[in-house]
Design a protein around this ligand. Structure first.
Ligand SMILES: *[C@@H]1O[C@H](CO)[C@@H](O)[C@H](O)[C@H]1NC(C)=O
Ligand SMILES: *[C@@H]1O[C@H](CO)[C@@H](O)[C@H](O)[C@H]1NC(C)=O
Ligand SMILES: *[C@@H]1O[C@H](CO)[C@@H](O)[C@H](O)[C@H]1NC(C)=O
Ligand SMILES: *[C@@H]1O[C@H](CO)[C@@H](O)[C@H](O)[C@H]1NC(C)=O
Ligand SMILES: *[C@@H]1O[C@H](CO)[C@@H](O)[C@H](O)[C@H]1NC(C)=O
Ligand SMILES: *[C@@H]1O[C@H](CO)[C@@H](O)[C@H](O)[C@H]1NC(C)=O
Ligand SMILES: *[C@@H]1O[C@H](CO)[C@@H](O)[C@H](O)[C@H]1NC(C)=O
Ligand SMILES: *[C@@H]1O[C@H](CO)[C@@H](O)[C@H](O)[C@H]1NC(C)=O
Ligand SMILES: *[C@@H]1O[C@H](CO)[C@@H](O)[C@H](O)[C@H]1NC(C)=O
Ligand SMILES: *[C@@H]1O[C@H](CO)[C@@H](O)[C@H](O)[C@H]1NC(C)=O
Ligand SMILES: *[C@@H]1O[C@H](CO)[C@@H](O)[C@H](O)[C@H]1NC(C)=O
Ligand SMILES: *[C@H]1O[C@H](CO)[C@@H](O)[C@H](O)[C@H]1NC(C)=O
Length: 664
């Protein structure tokens, strides 16, 4: 035993998919690649791409304006500009949250020992330098890269690479990549994934228990201090100090002194409660934070908002009847803003919040008693607040809310909580509270959409996350009806299919008072990962999915770069896994009914990970022999066993590790 915690080893037996890759097609503006109406005339891309003809024409003009006389260099520059159309442009042009003018150029010196899946054909960065170093070009995208980097100001519009960089090494230090293990880079040709020879997945994961209490949310303190906020479903938030890796310590939290206690306002029941918390990226300076919770309007006067079943969406609340004894829109989904209790100069030191809300951001009445998501997350690159909302419940989304562009049910919303709307804007746009609409929300191009909407066609998104290494990867698990549990990459204006589809399958609703959406009228984006209920051992009830994270901690190098999620069924030892969290050190935590668990180096469970070296905290391994895990295996999808040092704890557990993708 180490400290108060105990250590358990979770074996993971992986899904075998056909198309292994860490990378996924995604455009720089967060859209999924698409087929343009007319083929591109300039850039050598076809199929699904990230440019339309207008953008292609824009690239052609940009290229011609550069007036490059050297044919070899001109051709390279054309390919570099056209990489904007590549279906992998998001990864090529956004690195560590920073958008780039020039895609990551493949650089053999760094990829030789990496596990990246597309092997560069050449050292493209060096080729660009060698071919273009003395060539003059106007409005060079390389020169433009210097702007905003605090580099040498560019005093001429006509530049050569040698005017700006001393050597090939300097140049490739700036433009060479990839910077992230497993990422793609640009080698002059459209990105292709080499799907053979990917590293084999880990067979287990070691967990350390650091707390006994049960939480639903973990949000790291934005000041990077290693503290984190934990909230429970009943409506309390605590500020806790996470024990240092390897210290054997436990979560330091003063149970009797919550940071904020909203239990009087929060309606708490199976699917209701405080479902999300989010701290403003500038929280250390402005003290602003947000809670997403449910309330009961018969119990709290502050709980009153427009009903989501209304005439705009062809829904008559008087016809809905009661659900679990509740009248339609008796319960509401709320986002409320709070502020810390502290002096302006020392907000990070504050250990409590002011108890009353600063302002109401959002209030919406719920038609039934289930499926209302509730998570809130700040986008790491855009700073907007993403709000996950389920279809509102009812078997098979009877009112077809998830596909209705006027309904906010079954949607992922994107709100600007830094700018406030005028009263005129609120009424003109039909807003549900005090927030404004980001200019580039899909509504700007499709006026049929309610302006808050970012993506549609979800049933009940339960736990989403942004990849901390590649923030354009926005992953959501979406809970299924009776057949299929899925994980989606959420893209701008994406339609995730529900209830035309449940996962990859066509869905037939039992009741359709709200009508249907025809299969041919939508272009669904299918899940990148998922499982059939029939593939899961359902002995203990639900197979419903809980979404996790891309693992980016150094603690377990064999998990690095893999996305994982679990079914929410009850497991001996851990109980239910409600949710996951990631702290400032990128460590991943499982928030389970029995407590808080951190993924730690495999060696702490005496389990070998070939990549682990020196980083492990060496502790004596379990001496007792493990119960037979193999005998607990139910089928190829389930994964496995959990073994605790504390005797007699072993159970069947399904975890999916996403090191592979099915391309849509
Ligand atoms: C475009 O399509 C043609 C055939 O349809 C194919 O040969 C070519 O490789 C494609 N080009 C790109 C850039 O995908
Ligand atoms: C393009 O370059 C050529 C040769 O350097 C020069 O004669 C011409 O004026 C340039 N055109 C523009 C539009 O700058
Ligand atoms: C790759 O890694 C091995 C072992 O760490 C090292 O010996 C070798 O020099 C590396 N190769 C390159 C090209 O860096
Ligand atoms: C560029 O100029 C340098 C120095 O004048 C020279 O050594 C090099 O060969 C030139 N490169 C090309 C491709 O012309
Ligand atoms: C140089 O750039 C500035 C602004 O970017 C522009 O106003 C000016 O006309 C350019 N000069 C030449 C010679 O192209
Ligand atoms: C790319 O290669 C150069 C040497 O050619 C090297 O100095 C540089 O560090 C590499 N770039 C990156 C991002 O590692
Ligand atoms: C794909 O990767 C494997 C293993 O790294 C390598 O042997 C093979 O040559 C690569 N294939 C291509 C087409 O690059
Ligand atoms: C959990 O509670 C038990 C019994 O009170 C205690 O021994 C243990 O240290 C606690 N574990 C953690 C991680 O706080
Ligand atoms: C706010 O902070 C002050 C000073 O630390 C303290 O006296 C007060 O009780 C706090 N209020 C709340 C609501 O926590
Ligand atoms: C929204 O919040 C701002 C800033 O607190 C406030 O000035 C404005 O009156 C609020 N608007 C509404 C409609 O509540
Ligand atoms: C909707 O489609 C189902 C079959 O999928 C059908 O049974 C039902 O009648 C349709 N409802 C309406 C209102 O058209
Ligand atoms: C880990 O690295 C150390 C040097 O830091 C080396 O001595 C040791 O052999 C390595 N162990 C493994 C398992 O690779």
């Amino acid at each position: 035993m180490v400290g108060g915690g105990f250590i358990i080893l979770l074996f993971v037996n992986l899904l075998q998919l056909l198309n292994p890759s860490f990378s996924h097609p995604l455009c720089t503006d967060s859209r999924a690649p698409y087929t343009p109406r007319t083929p591109l005339g300039f850039c050598p891309y076809n199929g699904t791409v990230c440019c339309n003809s207008a953008e292609d024409l824009g690239l052609q003009k940009q290229y011609e304006a550069m007036n490059i006389t050297d044919a070899g260099c001109a051709s390279l520059l054309k390919s570099i500009l056209c990489a904007k159309c590549d279906p992998f442009s998001a990864e090529l042009f956004t690195v560590k949250s920073v958008p780039r003018q020039v895609p990551l150029l493949c650089n053999s010196t760094i990829s030789a020992n990496s596990t990246q899946t597309n092997q560069p054909k050449s050292d493209f960065c060096v080729e660009v330098w060698d071919t273009c170093q003395n060539v003059s070009m106007m409005n060079s995208p390389f020169a433009a890269s210097l702007k905003g980097q605090g580099g040498t100001p560019v005093n001429s519009n006509v530049t050569r690479l040698t005017d700006l960089w001393q050597s090939k090494t300097d140049f490739c230090n700036v433009f060479g990549g990839p910077s992230v293990d497993g990422s793609v880079c640009f080698d002059g040709e459209p990105v292709t994934l080499n799907t053979t020879g990917t590293p084999s997945p880990p067979s287990g994961m070691c967990l350390e228990k650091i707390g006994n209490d049960s939480y639903l949310n973990l949000a790291p303190h934005p000041d990077g201090s290693g503290r984190a906020f934990f909230s429970n479903q009943a409506g309390q938030i605590w500020l806790a100090t996470i024990p240092k890796r390897g210290s054997g310590g436990t979560l330091e939290v003063d149970e009797s002194n919550p940071f904020l206690d909203l239990t009087d306002e929060v309606y708490f029941d199976t699917e209701f409660g405080m479902l999300g918390i989010a701290f403003h990226p500038n929280f250390p300076q402005n003290g602003r934070f947000f809670a997403s919770f449910n309330c009961d309007k018969t119990k709290w006067p502050g709980c009153s908002g427009r009903c989501s079943c209304n005439s705009d969406v062809n829904c008559d609340p008087s016809k809905l009847g009661t659900d679990n004894g509740a009248a339609p829109c008796q319960y509401q989904s709320i986002i409320s803003e709070f502020t810390v209790n502290g002096t302006a100069s020392k907000l990070s030191l504050a250990t409590s919040a002011q108890p009353s809300e600063v302002r109401r951001i959002f209030t919406m009445g719920l038609p039934f008693t289930a499926h209302h998501g509730g998570q809130i997350l700040f986008g790491p690159t855009d700073g907007y607040l993403y709000f996950m909302m389920g279809d509102g419940g009812g078997v098979g989304d009877p009112y077809n809310f998830a596909q209705n562009k006027k309904s906010l049910l079954g949607k992922i919303m994107r709100l600007d909580i830094d700018n406030f709307p005028t009263a005129a804007e609120v009424s003109q746009l039909g807003l549900w509270g005090n927030y404004s609409i980001p200019k580039d929300n899909p509504y700007s191009e499709d006026k049929e959409l309610q302006p808050e909407i970012w993506a549609i066609g979800l049933r009940n998104p339960w736990r989403c996350s942004f990849d901390s290494a590649r923030p354009s990867y926005f992953m959501c698990a979406d809970v299924g009806q009776d057949q299929y549990e899925e994980v989606d990459i959420i893209t701008k204006d994406g339609n995730y299919g529900w209830r035309v589809y449940e996962g990859p399958y066509l869905f037939t609703p039992p009741q359709t008072p709200g009508g249907n959406t025809s299969v041919n009228s939508i272009k669904p984006i299918f899940p990148v990962m998922g499982y059939n209920h029939s593939d899961v051992n359902k002995n203990d009830g639900s197979a419903s999915i809980t979404g996790g994270y891309f693992y980016r901690s150094t603690a377990d190098p064999c998990m690095y770069g893999r996305y994982f999620s679990v079914p929410g069924s009850s497991l001996p030892a851990l109980g239910y896994i409600f949710s996951f969290g990631e702290d400032n050190s990128k460590d991943i935590f499982l928030l389970a009914s029995s407590g808080v668990y951190r993924i730690v180096p495999p060696s702490r469970c005496n389990y070998a990970c070939s990549k682990e070296n020196g980083t492990a905290v060496v502790t004596p391994g379990p001496s007792a022999s493990h119960p037979s895990v193999a005998s607990l295996l139910m089928n190829p999808y389930t994964n496995l066993g959990l073994i605790a040092r504390d005797v007699s704890i072993a159970f069947v557990f399904l975890a999916m590790v996403y090191d592979k993708l099915v391309l849509y």
